[in-house]
Design a protein around this ligand. Structure first.
Ligand SMILES: C[S@@+](CC[C@H](N)C(=O)[O-])C[C@H]1O[C@@H](n2cnc3c(N)ncnc32)[C@H](O)[C@@H]1O
Length: 377
């Protein structure tokens, strides 16, 4: 599209957005502004942005997080005054160099020389559940993605399918599984758990929307003799807590159980002692048989297909035909124009774990090849 046409679209969509700032008009405006930037910024400058600005930004951001900088920037502040609040008070020049790059890449802004002020993004970074995404990038998937081209070139450019030989193993020079490696590193384990909770904030919740009629499909006709909901690989139990908070009055005494690895179960017992938890490996048949619903949230995208099939077959073995249901909560990648969130998550899953974000067709193939029937996507 020509620059003129894009500018016209900005005017039209911009007006619609000003009048009625919906999620859809916001996305359209961001999309057209992105296309306009790509047309206006000379390719040589775009190249240097990729080669210089993008690698430098995480370095400045992680240092800023280490210093607790964003917590101290709640209003416009001079670099001099800011430095007095931080552990680097002696090196004002260093601080200014970092702040300049953060301002140049729109993390903060600079209304006048040596004065910096927060943006909505830097204010968000005051919340550890949000800023931890950056920590996890530097601890885990940043190095894994760096290793991806080397991995692909030595493996004949095939999607990783062996969970014991991944870009992760190359990056971290380990033979451990990503989960075992993470569990032995408290900083990674903490960051991962916190990130998973933060990741769900602001995303459409499967219980909030008409995404899945839980009351009609699961609660109705559920008996009292079996577990109502087994959250397999349920992390810190956010989904169960949410379910209880929203539908607790109808769920009553029916059982909601979290199944996790031993290290996670120990953490959940400390932080959410009210939850019912069981230790269980999803590469074995669950001890809890005949539950009304088995739930997998952001689990299958972590594994190559062969492992996904093993997980699904084990769940099938525990299900009661005609009574149990399996609920899979994952992204469905569109066939075209997938968002950068989905495409980057896809590459992150590939590098971290040999996993994948899947299209509707690929989800169907996976589930049906594991001996289960897809009712609805
Ligand atoms: C991406 S997290 C998803 C957590 C949670 N469902 C959520 O959406 O917040 C994947 C979970 O799988 C668990 N997991 C990994 N390997 C496992 C295994 N072999 N058996 C059981 N759980 C496992 C991890 O501990 C982790 O909590």
């Amino acid at each position: 599209m020509s620059i003129k046409k894009l500018l016209d679209s900005v005017a039209v969509i911009g007006e619609a957005f000003t009048l009625r700032p919906t999620d859809s008009t916001r996305k359209q405006l961001v999309d057209v502004l992105g296309k306009l930037s790509a047309q206006i910024i000379p390719p040589t400058e775009q190249l240097l942005y990729l080669a210089w600005a993008e690698p430098a930004r995480p370095a400045a951001l992680t240092t800023a997080l280490d210093l607790g900088l964003f917590e101290h920037m709640t209003q416009p502040i001079s670099v001099e005054n800011l430095s007095k609040k931080l552990p680097c008070s002696t090196d004002v020049l260093l601080l200014n160099r970092l702040l300049q790059h953060l301002a140049a890449t729109f993390v903060i802004s600079s209304p006048s020389p040596q004065i910096y002020e927060p943006t909505p993004l830097s204010l968000l970074l005051q919340d550890p559940r949000q800023s931890v995404a950056l920590r996890l990038a530097s601890l885990l998937h940043g190095p894994n993605l760096d290793a991806l081209p080397r991995y692909l070139s030595t493996n004949g450019y095939k999607s990783p399918a062996d969970s014991k030989d991944l870009p992760f193993h190359l990056a971290h020079e380990t033979k451990q599984s990503p989960w075992g490696w993470g569990s032995q590193r408290p900083e990674v384990a903490r960051a991962f758990a916190l990130h998973m909770s933060g990741y769900h904030i602001g995303r459409p919740n499967w219980l909030n929307t008409d995404m899945y009629p839980f009351e009609e499909r699961v609660l109705k006709d559920a008996d009292d003799d079996h577990v109502l909901f087994l959250d397999v690989g349920g992390g810190m139990g956010d989904d169960i807590a949410n379910l209880r908070a929203r539908l607790g009055n109808i769920i009553g005494n029916k059982k909601l159980v979290l199944q996790e690895r031993e290290t996670i179960v120990a953490r959940v017992k400390q932080s959410r002692p009210e939850l019912e938890v069981v230790v269980g490996d999803f590469f074995e048949e669950p001890k809890i048989k005949g539950a009304r619903a088995y739930f997998l949230h952001s689990v299958l995208h972590d594994w190559p297909d062969e492992e996904c099939q093993k997980i699904l077959r084990h769940l099938k073995g525990a299900m009661t035909s005609g009574y149990s249901r399996l609920l899979i909560y994952e992204n469905v990648l569109p066939e075209q124009n997938a968002s950068w969130k989905m495409t980057s998550l896809d590459l992150i899953m590939m590098a971290n774990a040999g996993g994948m974000e899947k299209t509707e067709g690929l989800w169907k193939d996976l589930v049906e090849s594991s001996g289960l029937k897809v009712n609805r996507i």
